[in-house]
Design a protein around this ligand. Structure first.
Ligand SMILES: [Zn+2]
Length: 71
């Protein structure tokens, strides 16, 4: 399989190791965000993309999720 974002070969489904890790981080942080700010998933993702402090991997994953319309 290939990573849906960077086309690197991967054993896992969908994401390569680095993007899978970034995806996991995004999900974990959303739990905290949701409780503090009642932010929707989409709003949260666009915050990640806008945030200067976001790492390159996480930004790519967030962009991909927005484009693919995943909830
Ligand atoms: Zn990747």
């Amino acid at each position: 399989m290939k990573c849906v974002i960077c086309n690197r070969e991967t054993d896992a489904k969908g994401y390569c190791e680095l993007h899978a890790k970034a995806y996991q981080n995004i999900n974990e942080r959303y739990v905290i965000w949701k409780e503090a700010l009642e932010t929707s998933w989409k709003e949260y993702l666009s915050e990640i993309v806008k945030n200067q402090l976001t790492g390159e991997w996480a930004r790519e994953v967030a962009k991909y999720l927005i484009d693919s319309g995943e909830k």
